[in-house]
Design a protein around this ligand. Structure first.
Ligand code: PLP
Length: 393
């Protein structure tokens, strides 16, 4: 098995998640909308899962809408809110470093025929964090909503969104955060913030793929993407019961893990030792987003003048036990030769963005994997640098 240092690390389902999902598929497979006992047994499992996900983010169970993943949650949050935007408010404040689920949707809303929105990007600091004061300064009477990520999926940079959410609340502007990378990895308490909408996904916390949640503040107006009676009329369609139950188990497990802050510190220092060992061995390597507060599980390292793709291939072609799975830019767009638009928007020079790799850990990552990973990365970078020099020479 390769050493798992790409963002699949967090998508490995926990054994208890698999067990609960299997049970739902094999035995408790009834439709939770059915009135009979079997249906109601499935309903109870869905509602227990809702309570678990709600607890993980400090919300009430009724505020949680289950979806097919963060992408759908984001669409429901943004489209569902903009459906009620007054004529005079046609601006969306977002950032250029959002996941494509937000970036592409905002691009679409800005370019659609008929009634386009204007998209304004929040200013960033030199480390690639959203600048709260300069973002608040953008909040005028034309703003229909604000949608900003909480933590970046490529660099792990955590943004200070609290003051922006607060300023939105004071001005009556709905505030949504894409917290997909944050929930399950860091403590989140929506009750302690001026949060209107929050998107997250089960597969970022060892739950199943294809299931997510949207937190909706009580009494917030939201138009459903799919009409129907389910999910309190906020998301029509029979629920993905095994997925939702698996999400609930993953959320319970993440909440228990988050209870011990020492674990996050241990993993952050493991990540730091990975960075130190690589930067100490590879001249010219640098960490993108360094200087900002970052998630404990992510590092994004530039290896100029190398290109990311051959390096990724070389890393994954090492023998069993040494091979490293990593990614270039957003994993969802790997295969593309273009440098990451997120890194470019952060001001990373093009040459460095081309040669940047993202390494992600999960809470299951072990110290020996990090040590072996360093060995493989250093060897592959050196080998590729030698062959690049001999080709150029
Ligand atoms: N937002 C962020 C920050 C992500 O990292 C991801 C997935 O990687 C998504 C949104 C999309 O999530 P999903 O795959 O559940 O639709």
């Amino acid at each position: 098995m390769p050493i798992e240092l790409d963002n699949n690390a967090t998508t490995k389902p926990l054994p208890e998640v698999i067990e609960a999902m299997t049970e739902m598929l094999e035995r408790a497979w009834h439709n939770p909308s059915s009135m009979h006992r079997s249906g109601q047994a499935a309903r109870q499992r869905v509602e227990l899962a809702r309570a678990s996900v709600a607890r993980l983010i400090g919300a009430r169970a009724k505020s949680i809408v289950f979806t097919s993943g963060a992408t759908e949650s984001i669409h429901l949050a943004i489209r569902g809110t903009l459906a009620f935007a007054p004529e005079s408010r046609r601006t969306i404040v977002t950032s250029a470093i959002e996941h494509e689920a937000v970036r592409d949707l905002c691009g679409h809303l800005a370019s659609r025929k008929g009634d386009p929105f204007r998209v304004v990007h929040a200013p960033l600091t030199a480390s690639g964090a959203i600048d709260p004061a300069r973002t608040v300064a953008l909040l005028d009477d034309s703003v229909a909503m604000v949608s900003l990520q909480w933590a970046n999926n490529e660099t792990g940079v955590i943004h200070e969104i609290g003051p922006i959410a607060e300023a939105c609340r004071e001005r009556g502007i709905p505030f949504h955060t894409d917290a997909t990378q944050m929930v399950g990895k860091m403590p989140v308490d929506v009750g302690a913030m001026a949060m209107d909408l929050l998107s997250c996904s089960a597969h970022k916390m060892h739950g199943p793929k294809g299931v997510g949640a949207l937190y909706v503040r009580p009494r917030l107006r939201l138009e459903a993407l799919f009409q129907g009676p389910h999910e309190l009329e906020r998301r029509g369609g029979t629920e993905n019961v095994p997925g939702i139950v698996g999400f609930g188990v993953a959320a319970e497990s993440a909440a228990a893990w988050l209870g011990d802050g020492g674990e996050r510190e241990r993993l952050a220092s493991l990540r730091d030792s990975f960075e130190r060992a690589i930067l100490g061995s590879i001249p010219g390597a640098s960490v993108n987003g360094n200087g900002a507060e970052r998630l404990w599980n992510t590092t994004n390292i530039a290896f100029p003048p190398l290109e990311a793709e051959p390096l990724l291939m070389l890393l994954s072609e090492r023998p069993e036990g040494e091979a490293v799975n990593a990614s270039a830019g957003a994993a969802c767009s790997s295969g593309s030769l273009d440098p990451s638009p997120v890194l470019l928007a952060m001001g990373v020079p093009e040459r460095e963005a081309h040669g940047s790799l993202r390494f992600s850990m999960s809470r299951l990552t072990e110290e020996r994997e990090i040590e072996a990973g360093v060995g493989t990365v250093v060897e592959c970078v050196r080998r590729l640098a030698r062959s690049a020099t001999s080709v150029i020479g």
